[in-house]
Design a protein around this ligand. Structure first.
Ligand code: UDP
Ligand code: MG
Length: 329
Protein backbone atom coordinates (compact mmCIF):
# COMPACT_ATOMS: atom_id res chain seq x y z
CA UNK A 1 0.00 0.00 0.00
CA UNK A 2 2.76 2.48 0.92
CA UNK A 3 4.65 1.82 -2.27
CA UNK A 4 6.48 4.37 -4.32
CA UNK A 5 3.73 4.29 -6.94
CA UNK A 6 0.90 4.76 -4.43
CA UNK A 7 -1.95 7.09 -5.31
CA UNK A 8 -1.64 10.40 -3.47
CA UNK A 9 -4.62 12.77 -3.33
CA UNK A 10 -4.14 16.48 -2.74
CA UNK A 11 -7.17 18.08 -1.17
CA UNK A 12 -7.02 21.81 -1.90
CA UNK A 13 -10.04 23.91 -0.88
CA UNK A 14 -10.14 27.21 -2.69
CA UNK A 15 -12.17 30.40 -2.69
CA UNK A 16 -11.29 32.85 -5.46
CA UNK A 17 -7.69 31.77 -6.05
CA UNK A 18 -7.50 32.29 -9.83
CA UNK A 19 -3.90 33.47 -9.83
CA UNK A 20 -2.64 30.82 -7.43
CA UNK A 21 -4.11 27.61 -8.85
CA UNK A 22 -1.99 27.41 -12.05
CA UNK A 23 1.20 28.01 -10.03
CA UNK A 24 0.16 25.46 -7.43
CA UNK A 25 -0.52 22.80 -10.08
CA UNK A 26 2.78 23.54 -11.71
CA UNK A 27 4.82 23.37 -8.54
CA UNK A 28 3.20 20.15 -7.30
CA UNK A 29 3.87 18.62 -10.75
CA UNK A 30 7.53 19.65 -10.57
CA UNK A 31 7.99 18.25 -7.08
CA UNK A 32 6.50 14.89 -8.03
CA UNK A 33 8.12 14.66 -11.46
CA UNK A 34 11.15 12.70 -10.26
CA UNK A 35 9.24 10.03 -8.31
CA UNK A 36 6.82 7.35 -9.35
CA UNK A 37 3.80 8.35 -7.26
CA UNK A 38 0.49 8.84 -9.04
CA UNK A 39 -1.55 11.78 -7.87
CA UNK A 40 -4.95 13.41 -8.12
CA UNK A 41 -5.23 17.09 -7.43
CA UNK A 42 -8.66 17.47 -5.90
CA UNK A 43 -9.52 21.13 -6.17
CA UNK A 44 -12.55 21.84 -4.00
CA UNK A 45 -14.30 24.99 -5.16
CA UNK A 46 -15.89 26.60 -2.12
CA UNK A 47 -18.15 29.02 -3.98
CA UNK A 48 -15.61 30.96 -6.07
CA UNK A 49 -16.79 33.77 -8.29
CA UNK A 50 -13.53 35.07 -9.82
CA UNK A 51 -13.25 32.66 -12.73
CA UNK A 52 -11.07 30.12 -10.93
CA UNK A 53 -13.82 27.53 -11.41
CA UNK A 54 -13.55 27.94 -15.19
CA UNK A 55 -9.79 27.49 -15.06
CA UNK A 56 -10.11 24.24 -13.12
CA UNK A 57 -12.93 22.95 -15.34
CA UNK A 58 -10.83 23.63 -18.42
CA UNK A 59 -7.81 21.82 -17.00
CA UNK A 60 -9.65 18.90 -15.37
CA UNK A 61 -8.24 15.55 -16.45
CA UNK A 62 -4.71 14.36 -17.01
CA UNK A 63 -2.05 16.99 -16.32
CA UNK A 64 0.10 17.53 -19.42
CA UNK A 65 3.74 16.69 -18.75
CA UNK A 66 2.93 14.40 -15.83
CA UNK A 67 3.43 11.25 -17.88
CA UNK A 68 -0.20 10.34 -17.25
CA UNK A 69 0.42 10.10 -13.52
CA UNK A 70 -1.28 13.32 -12.43
CA UNK A 71 -4.95 14.24 -12.72
CA UNK A 72 -6.82 17.43 -11.88
CA UNK A 73 -10.28 16.92 -10.50
CA UNK A 74 -12.84 19.64 -9.81
CA UNK A 75 -15.25 19.21 -6.94
CA UNK A 76 -17.52 22.23 -6.88
CA UNK A 77 -19.66 22.82 -3.80
CA UNK A 78 -23.09 24.34 -4.31
CA UNK A 79 -22.09 27.50 -2.39
CA UNK A 80 -19.50 28.74 0.08
CA UNK A 81 -19.52 26.35 3.05
CA UNK A 82 -16.25 27.45 4.65
CA UNK A 83 -12.72 26.14 4.63
CA UNK A 84 -13.16 23.29 7.14
CA UNK A 85 -16.24 21.88 5.38
CA UNK A 86 -14.51 22.18 2.00
CA UNK A 87 -11.63 20.09 3.35
CA UNK A 88 -14.20 17.55 4.54
CA UNK A 89 -15.80 17.38 1.08
CA UNK A 90 -12.37 16.75 -0.45
CA UNK A 91 -11.51 14.03 2.06
CA UNK A 92 -14.87 12.34 1.43
CA UNK A 93 -14.14 12.10 -2.28
CA UNK A 94 -10.39 11.52 -2.32
CA UNK A 95 -9.32 8.10 -3.51
CA UNK A 96 -5.64 8.21 -2.56
CA UNK A 97 -3.75 5.80 -0.32
CA UNK A 98 -2.45 8.97 1.27
CA UNK A 99 -4.13 12.37 1.27
CA UNK A 100 -2.35 15.70 1.58
CA UNK A 101 -4.43 18.66 2.75
CA UNK A 102 -3.06 22.03 1.66
CA UNK A 103 -4.10 25.62 0.96
CA UNK A 104 -4.33 26.98 -2.56
CA UNK A 105 -2.37 30.17 -1.90
CA UNK A 106 1.06 28.49 -1.77
CA UNK A 107 1.56 29.35 1.87
CA UNK A 108 2.00 25.60 2.24
CA UNK A 109 5.01 25.07 -0.05
CA UNK A 110 4.66 22.01 -2.33
CA UNK A 111 8.40 21.47 -1.84
CA UNK A 112 7.57 19.99 1.61
CA UNK A 113 5.54 17.17 0.00
CA UNK A 114 8.50 14.75 -0.43
CA UNK A 115 9.23 15.03 3.33
CA UNK A 116 5.59 14.25 4.10
CA UNK A 117 5.64 11.24 1.77
CA UNK A 118 8.92 9.95 3.21
CA UNK A 119 7.52 9.99 6.75
CA UNK A 120 4.34 8.28 5.52
CA UNK A 121 6.36 5.54 3.82
CA UNK A 122 8.20 5.03 7.12
CA UNK A 123 4.83 4.10 8.60
CA UNK A 124 3.50 7.34 10.10
CA UNK A 125 -0.26 7.79 9.61
CA UNK A 126 -0.62 11.53 10.27
CA UNK A 127 2.31 13.72 9.22
CA UNK A 128 1.84 17.34 10.27
CA UNK A 129 3.73 20.13 8.68
CA UNK A 130 4.65 22.36 11.60
CA UNK A 131 5.50 26.00 10.90
CA UNK A 132 8.97 26.95 11.93
CA UNK A 133 8.21 30.53 10.88
CA UNK A 134 5.35 32.47 9.31
CA UNK A 135 6.16 35.10 6.73
CA UNK A 136 3.91 37.78 5.36
CA UNK A 137 1.31 37.65 8.13
CA UNK A 138 0.32 40.45 10.46
CA UNK A 139 1.80 40.72 13.92
CA UNK A 140 -1.70 40.58 15.43
CA UNK A 141 -2.61 37.36 13.63
CA UNK A 142 0.68 35.68 14.55
CA UNK A 143 0.36 36.64 18.22
CA UNK A 144 -3.28 35.56 18.43
CA UNK A 145 -2.46 32.28 16.66
CA UNK A 146 0.40 31.55 19.06
CA UNK A 147 -1.86 32.36 22.03
CA UNK A 148 -4.68 30.20 20.68
CA UNK A 149 -2.50 27.11 20.21
CA UNK A 150 -1.30 27.39 23.77
CA UNK A 151 -4.81 27.82 25.22
CA UNK A 152 -6.22 25.00 23.09
CA UNK A 153 -3.37 22.76 24.20
CA UNK A 154 -4.17 23.48 27.84
CA UNK A 155 -7.96 23.12 27.53
CA UNK A 156 -8.68 20.33 25.10
CA UNK A 157 -7.17 17.12 26.27
CA UNK A 158 -6.27 16.44 22.65
CA UNK A 159 -2.63 16.68 21.80
CA UNK A 160 -2.82 19.07 18.85
CA UNK A 161 0.71 20.07 17.87
CA UNK A 162 1.33 23.78 18.28
CA UNK A 163 1.76 25.88 15.15
CA UNK A 164 0.55 23.21 12.73
CA UNK A 165 -2.12 24.43 10.31
CA UNK A 166 -4.26 22.21 8.14
CA UNK A 167 -1.24 21.35 5.97
CA UNK A 168 -0.66 17.66 6.62
CA UNK A 169 -0.63 14.19 5.12
CA UNK A 170 -3.06 11.58 6.37
CA UNK A 171 -3.15 7.89 5.59
CA UNK A 172 -6.23 6.17 4.16
CA UNK A 173 -7.11 4.76 7.62
CA UNK A 174 -7.35 8.31 9.00
CA UNK A 175 -9.51 9.43 6.07
CA UNK A 176 -11.87 6.52 6.70
CA UNK A 177 -12.05 7.44 10.38
CA UNK A 178 -12.69 11.12 9.61
CA UNK A 179 -15.48 10.17 7.22
CA UNK A 180 -17.37 8.71 10.15
CA UNK A 181 -17.22 11.96 12.10
CA UNK A 182 -19.95 14.21 10.77
CA UNK A 183 -20.16 17.04 13.29
CA UNK A 184 -20.99 20.44 11.85
CA UNK A 185 -18.51 22.53 13.82
CA UNK A 186 -15.35 20.96 12.55
CA UNK A 187 -11.86 21.78 13.57
CA UNK A 188 -10.00 19.42 11.25
CA UNK A 189 -6.62 19.88 12.96
CA UNK A 190 -8.16 18.71 16.20
CA UNK A 191 -10.08 15.83 14.63
CA UNK A 192 -7.06 14.37 12.84
CA UNK A 193 -5.26 14.25 16.20
CA UNK A 194 -8.24 12.95 18.13
CA UNK A 195 -8.58 9.81 15.97
CA UNK A 196 -5.18 8.48 17.08
CA UNK A 197 -2.87 6.19 15.09
CA UNK A 198 0.77 7.05 14.57
CA UNK A 199 1.48 10.79 14.31
CA UNK A 200 4.67 12.74 13.65
CA UNK A 201 5.78 16.16 12.46
CA UNK A 202 7.98 17.65 9.76
CA UNK A 203 9.09 21.30 9.92
CA UNK A 204 8.87 24.02 7.29
CA UNK A 205 8.92 27.78 6.85
CA UNK A 206 5.49 29.17 6.01
CA UNK A 207 5.64 31.29 2.88
CA UNK A 208 3.64 34.48 2.35
CA UNK A 209 0.48 34.21 0.24
CA UNK A 210 1.40 34.26 -3.48
CA UNK A 211 -1.52 36.33 -4.78
CA UNK A 212 -4.87 37.67 -3.61
CA UNK A 213 -6.18 38.50 -0.17
CA UNK A 214 -6.52 36.32 2.89
CA UNK A 215 -10.01 34.89 3.40
CA UNK A 216 -9.28 34.59 7.10
CA UNK A 217 -9.39 38.04 8.68
CA UNK A 218 -8.80 38.08 12.42
CA UNK A 219 -12.51 37.83 13.31
CA UNK A 220 -12.93 34.69 11.19
CA UNK A 221 -9.86 33.14 12.76
CA UNK A 222 -11.28 34.01 16.18
CA UNK A 223 -14.51 32.22 15.26
CA UNK A 224 -12.56 29.13 14.24
CA UNK A 225 -10.67 29.29 17.53
CA UNK A 226 -13.95 29.53 19.46
CA UNK A 227 -15.37 26.59 17.49
CA UNK A 228 -12.23 24.63 18.20
CA UNK A 229 -12.43 25.18 21.94
CA UNK A 230 -16.17 24.64 22.33
CA UNK A 231 -16.12 21.48 20.21
CA UNK A 232 -13.24 19.94 22.09
CA UNK A 233 -13.60 21.15 25.64
CA UNK A 234 -16.29 21.82 28.22
CA UNK A 235 -13.77 23.66 30.40
CA UNK A 236 -15.41 27.10 29.87
CA UNK A 237 -18.61 25.66 31.41
CA UNK A 238 -16.62 24.48 34.40
CA UNK A 239 -15.11 27.94 34.75
CA UNK A 240 -18.62 29.39 34.97
CA UNK A 241 -19.48 27.01 37.78
CA UNK A 242 -16.19 27.89 39.50
CA UNK A 243 -16.75 31.62 39.07
CA UNK A 244 -20.29 31.37 40.45
CA UNK A 245 -19.01 29.35 43.43
CA UNK A 246 -16.26 31.84 44.25
CA UNK A 247 -18.70 34.76 44.06
CA UNK A 248 -21.13 32.99 46.39
CA UNK A 249 -18.44 32.35 48.96
CA UNK A 250 -17.16 35.92 48.73
CA UNK A 251 -20.66 37.39 49.13
CA UNK A 252 -21.39 35.18 52.19
CA UNK A 253 -18.09 36.24 53.79
CA UNK A 254 -18.86 39.88 53.03
CA UNK A 255 -22.34 39.55 54.62
CA UNK A 256 -20.82 37.91 57.71
CA UNK A 257 -18.28 40.69 58.01
CA UNK A 258 -20.98 43.37 57.91
CA UNK A 259 -23.12 41.44 60.40
CA UNK A 260 -20.23 40.97 62.87
CA UNK A 261 -19.18 44.61 62.52
CA UNK A 262 -22.71 45.82 63.31
CA UNK A 263 -23.11 43.28 66.15
CA UNK A 264 -19.92 44.57 67.77
CA UNK A 265 -21.35 48.06 67.78
CA UNK A 266 -19.38 49.23 64.79
CA UNK A 267 -20.69 50.15 61.41
CA UNK A 268 -21.59 53.72 62.34
CA UNK A 269 -19.54 54.84 59.39
CA UNK A 270 -21.29 52.50 57.00
CA UNK A 271 -22.79 54.86 54.50
CA UNK A 272 -25.75 53.86 52.41
CA UNK A 273 -23.23 53.13 49.68
CA UNK A 274 -25.12 53.74 46.53
CA UNK A 275 -22.01 53.72 44.34
CA UNK A 276 -20.62 50.42 45.62
CA UNK A 277 -24.07 48.88 45.35
CA UNK A 278 -24.37 49.93 41.75
CA UNK A 279 -20.89 48.76 40.90
CA UNK A 280 -21.64 45.39 42.45
CA UNK A 281 -24.94 45.16 40.64
CA UNK A 282 -23.52 46.01 37.26
CA UNK A 283 -20.57 43.70 37.77
CA UNK A 284 -22.80 40.80 38.72
CA UNK A 285 -25.15 41.46 35.80
CA UNK A 286 -22.13 41.35 33.54
CA UNK A 287 -21.00 38.06 34.97
CA UNK A 288 -24.48 36.61 34.61
CA UNK A 289 -24.80 37.72 31.00
CA UNK A 290 -21.40 36.31 30.19
CA UNK A 291 -22.26 32.97 31.74
CA UNK A 292 -25.64 32.87 30.03
CA UNK A 293 -23.99 33.68 26.72
CA UNK A 294 -21.43 30.93 27.18
CA UNK A 295 -24.17 28.42 28.00
CA UNK A 296 -26.14 29.66 25.03
CA UNK A 297 -23.21 28.97 22.72
CA UNK A 298 -23.13 25.34 23.76
CA UNK A 299 -26.92 25.01 23.53
CA UNK A 300 -26.95 26.53 20.05
CA UNK A 301 -24.39 23.95 18.99
CA UNK A 302 -26.65 21.16 20.24
CA UNK A 303 -29.47 22.75 18.24
CA UNK A 304 -27.44 22.91 15.05
CA UNK A 305 -26.04 19.41 15.37
CA UNK A 306 -29.54 18.11 16.17
CA UNK A 307 -30.76 19.08 12.71
CA UNK A 308 -28.53 16.42 11.13
CA UNK A 309 -28.26 18.30 7.88
CA UNK A 310 -25.74 17.23 5.25
CA UNK A 311 -22.51 19.17 5.78
CA UNK A 312 -22.40 20.34 2.14
CA UNK A 313 -23.77 19.70 -1.33
CA UNK A 314 -21.63 18.94 -4.35
CA UNK A 315 -22.80 20.65 -7.52
CA UNK A 316 -20.16 19.22 -9.85
CA UNK A 317 -17.46 16.54 -9.68
CA UNK A 318 -15.29 16.02 -12.74
CA UNK A 319 -14.14 12.63 -11.46
CA UNK A 320 -17.50 11.45 -10.19
CA UNK A 321 -17.83 8.37 -12.40
CA UNK A 322 -15.01 6.55 -10.68
CA UNK A 323 -15.38 8.22 -7.30
CA UNK A 324 -16.95 6.41 -4.36
CA UNK A 325 -20.39 7.88 -3.72
CA UNK A 326 -20.30 9.66 -0.40
CA UNK A 327 -23.26 11.69 0.75
CA UNK A 328 -22.51 14.89 2.63
CA UNK A 329 -24.19 13.39 5.67
N1 UDP B 1 -10.87 29.03 1.74
C1 UDP B 1 -12.00 28.30 1.40
N2 UDP B 1 -13.23 28.74 1.85
C2 UDP B 1 -13.36 29.85 2.65
C3 UDP B 1 -12.19 30.56 3.01
C4 UDP B 1 -10.97 30.12 2.54
O1 UDP B 1 -11.92 27.29 0.70
O2 UDP B 1 -14.50 30.19 3.02
C5 UDP B 1 -9.56 28.56 1.26
C6 UDP B 1 -8.66 29.60 0.63
O3 UDP B 1 -8.92 29.76 -0.74
C7 UDP B 1 -7.28 29.02 0.89
C8 UDP B 1 -7.46 28.33 2.24
O4 UDP B 1 -8.86 28.11 2.39
O5 UDP B 1 -6.93 28.04 -0.09
C9 UDP B 1 -6.90 29.15 3.38
O6 UDP B 1 -7.45 30.46 3.36
P1 UDP B 1 -6.55 31.77 3.49
O7 UDP B 1 -5.24 31.59 2.81
O8 UDP B 1 -7.37 32.93 3.05
O9 UDP B 1 -6.34 31.83 5.08
P2 UDP B 1 -5.00 32.22 5.87
O10 UDP B 1 -3.88 31.38 5.31
O11 UDP B 1 -4.80 33.68 5.61
O12 UDP B 1 -5.31 31.89 7.30
MG1 MG C 1 -3.36 31.50 3.34
Amino acid sequence: MRKDDALVSFVVPFLNEKDNLPVLTDRIGKVLAGGSARWELLLVDDGSSDGSTDWVREHAGIIPGSGGRGVIRLVRLSRNFGHQIAITAGLDRARGDAVVIMDADLQDPPEVIPDLLDKWREGVDVVYAVRRSRQGETWLKKTLAAGFYRIFHALAKVNVPMDAGDFRLVDRCIVDALRQMRELHRFMRGLTCWVGWKQAAVYYDRAPRLAGETKYPVWKSARLAFDAITSFSAAPLRWIVGLGGIMMVVSVLWGLWVWITVALGGGKNLQPGWASLMVGLVFLSGVQLLCLGMLGQYVSRIFEEGKHRPLYFVAEDSGASSAPETPGL
